[in-house]
Design a protein around this ligand. Structure first.
Ligand SMILES: Nc1ncnc2c1ncn2[C@@H]1O[C@H](COP(=O)(O)OP(=O)(O)OP(=O)(O)O)[C@@H](O)[C@H]1O
Length: 277
């Protein structure tokens, strides 16, 4: 486990402070605080209904939290209060996400899905106007760069040979990888923070292995990752830090080995998982 001094403010990518989200009388997230460090994989685990996806939805702007703050810290830039921003602005500030249920454009090819993800970059190159149609000189170069970025992520996700297949025709595991590739294409230079909601759901053991390798590559490439995942094999193998939620509250926040042997976590979640198997 990293010593507390190593979790300094300057190393932070995400700061969640006293976050609360209520739906009528139900408190789905209850005064949760934690930090995710730059260059790390931070996992968010806990039983069904613990509030993990609700927390993600607050971070990515799908929900406006009832209370508390969420800040993105990027090197050389002022912290960004994500809890005050609209979702599209959060995406533009470098936060990308995937969903529990695959949300690709099924009728578009794998390559097209990755180009659509770069729409903002391409529109910026056209001056947010008719530049592309008028043949503005910056647009063709931006388009070539977008194809190169897409190619790079098709390669990284082992989908280059399926580039021209409709996304909806790809096997399930390939669609999951394409979703991650799409998220990686959504910001120029890659997102600062990649939020993945159960990326291993429905994968077979070999595909889970491949996914773990891909996430380690993404981390090595400089993108910090926030990961909701029920596959404890994947979580324990690749996470630097594990935050555990139960009934909307944070019950643990430590290195994987410490979380695995924490009696509170075993009682609330890991024990229950073992019984299910
Ligand atoms: N839009 C909503 N309206 C009302 N209640 C909601 C809403 N979204 C989530 N909840 C409730 O908030 C609680 C937390 O749900 P959430 O989906 O965040 O849990 P989770 O930890 O992601 O669970 P899972 O592992 O099953 O995905 C649940 O009781 C859920 O029913």
């Amino acid at each position: 486990m990293k010593p507390p001094a190593a979790r300094a403010h300057r190393d932070m990518i995400l700061e969640v402070a006293n976050l609360t989200m209520r739906f009528g009388g139900l408190t789905a997230v209850d005064r949760v605080s934690f930090t995710a460090l730059r260059g790390e994989i931070t996992a968010l685990i806990g039983p069904n209904g613990a509030g993990k996806t609700t927390l993600f939805n607050c971070i990515t702007g799908f929900y406006r939290p009832s209370e508390g703050a969420i800040r993105l810290h990027r090197p050389g830039a002022l912290p960004v209060d994500l809890h005050r921003l609209a979702g599209y602005r959060i995406a533009r500030s470098g936060v990308a996400r995937t969903f529990q249920n695959i949300r690709l454009f099924p009728g578009m090819t794998a390559l097209e899905n990755l180009l659509v993800a770069q729409h903002n970059t391409l529109m910026a190159a056209s001056g947010w106007a008719v530049g592309a149609v008028l043949g503005l000189s910056r647009y063709p170069a931006a388009e070539r760069a977008a194809i190169e970025v897409a190619r790079r992520w098709l390669l990284a996700t082992h989908l280059l040979d399926r580039a021209d297949d409709p996304a909806g025709a790809l096997p399930y595991g390939a669609q999951r990888r394409l979703e991650i590739a799409r998220a990686m294409c959504s910001s120029p230079g890659g997102p600062a923070l990649l939020c993945l909601d159960e990326p291993a759901a429905g994968l077979n053991p070999r595909e889970s292995e491949e996914l773990a390798r891909l996430l380690l590559e993404i981390r090595a490439d400089g993108t910090s990752i926030l990961l909701i995942e029920h596959d404890m094999g994947v979580v324990m193998k690749i996470s630097d830090r594990v935050v555990v939620l139960d009934h909307g509250r944070r019950i643990a926040d430590a290195a994987p080995a410490a979380v695995r042997s924490d009696p509170k976590v075993i009682a609330a979640y890991l024990g229950e998982e073992g019984e299910e198997e």
